[in-house]
Design a protein around this ligand. Structure first.
Ligand SMILES: Cc1cc2nc3c(=O)[nH]c(=O)nc-3n(C[C@H](O)[C@H](O)[C@H](O)COP(=O)(O)OP(=O)(O)OC[C@H]3O[C@@H](n4cnc5c(N)ncnc54)[C@H](O)[C@@H]3O)c2cc1C
Length: 289
């Protein structure tokens, strides 16, 4: 049972309804239907009008323009995991979400706007400096995804707006090392206990010219610190091993002590140590599994 359910035919109509009624969007419904469930076989009840946006073709594209990848908000996890336009870590994160049946429904827009600290897609997207584009009947605006997600279950979305797309900029130089790891209770249908996305670029002289790392399920929102990353950037891979303990201590300090018990902190440390030791060891462009 819902108060009122709108099914707009296109994005312009959806934005007009959103402006006039403030109806809440439903995309795949895999978060909303569960959070408002009332029991087996009973239709969920929403306390506000809803607007179904699953059918909006304008929100179902993945494209590249001027080197930037745009994943529109209605793209499902399955569409993302099979798209060759999407960076490796985002595809990998999408491929490990829930089971196939969930990935056919769950959208990237829903995963971001749900703003769960355990949500998987924001982790590689924040690591890649992704921006969001928000649209309303009166215009559009962009901001960094890291700023859009304000805290647990909180975003900067206004009542008349929809998330239209996520834009992933091109790194200055292609990454030479790519990595994504999710730790859950089991292989399928498991919410992350910890996840990490990392990338590095090493030039032909063995100098680390770019390094990024972001952690999910490790605090109120995705943990990332450019200042800590910069302590690694500019180093030769030859000195990485000796600088690693200081770097790992600095990284540990950005993880929330409340959200991260000791075993999760030491897992994070081991994952980073593994990634960086592989970076110093391997000669070529590679995905580190
Ligand atoms: C069994 C199960 C397993 C799961 N496993 C995982 C997992 O492994 N990893 C993980 O991260 N999550 C997981 N989830 C959570 C969920 O599936 C994801 O967060 C999913 O991406 C939500 O997308 P959706 O389209 O279904 O969102 P919906 O439920 O439709 O919406 C979620 C929120 O986003 C808002 N919203 C949706 N689209 C827009 C838009 N375009 N603009 C503005 N607001 C919007 C809605 O109003 C709502 O507040 C799981 C859920 C279930 C039930």
């Amino acid at each position: 049972m819902v108060e009122t359910c709108y099914i707009p035919k296109d994005l312009a109509e959806a934005l007009r309804i959103r402006k006039e009624t403030g109806a809440h969007p439903i995309a795949g419904g895999t978060d909303l239907m569960v959070s408002h469930r009332r029991g087996t076989g009973v239709v969920p009840k929403f306390p506000w009008p809803v607007i179904i946006i699953t059918q909006l073709k304008e929100l179902q594209k993945i494209e590249v323009e001027d080197g930037e990848v745009s994943i529109y908000a209605g793209s499902t996890c399955h569409e993302i995991e099979v798209s060759e336009l999407v960076p490796y870590q985002v595809r990998k994160a999408a491929s490990l979400m829930g089971a196939q049946s969930l990935r056919n429904l769950a959208t990237i827009g829903g995963n971001i706007c749900n703003a769960s600290p355990k949500g998987d897609l924001p982790v590689p997207l924040i690591m890649l400096d992704a921006r969001v584009e928000l649209v309303s009947a009166t215009g559009k605006r962009q901001m960094l995804l890291d700023e859009f997600i304000d805290g647990p279950k909180r975003t900067k979305l206004q009542d008349d707006e929809l998330l239209a797309r996520i834009i992933i900029p091109q790194p200055k130089a292609p990454f030479t090392y790519l990595w994504y790891r999710k730790i859950g209770t089991r292989r399928a249908n498991a919410i992350s206990k910890l996840s990490m996305s990392a990338a590095a670029t090493v030039d032909t002289h063995g100098i680390i010219v770019d390094f990024r790392s972001a952690n999910g399920a490790s605090g109120p929102k995705v943990a990332r610190s450019r200042a800590v990353e910069e302590t690694i950037i500019g180093l030769s891979v030859d000195v990485l091993a000796e600088r690693l303990p200081a770097f790992l201590d600095a990284y540990d300090a950005i993880l929330s002590p409340q959200a991260m018990p000791q075993y999760r902190r030491s897992s994070t440390r081991k994952m980073l140590e593994h990634f960086l030791s592989e970076v110093s060891r391997r000669p070529d462009t590679t995905i580190i599994e």
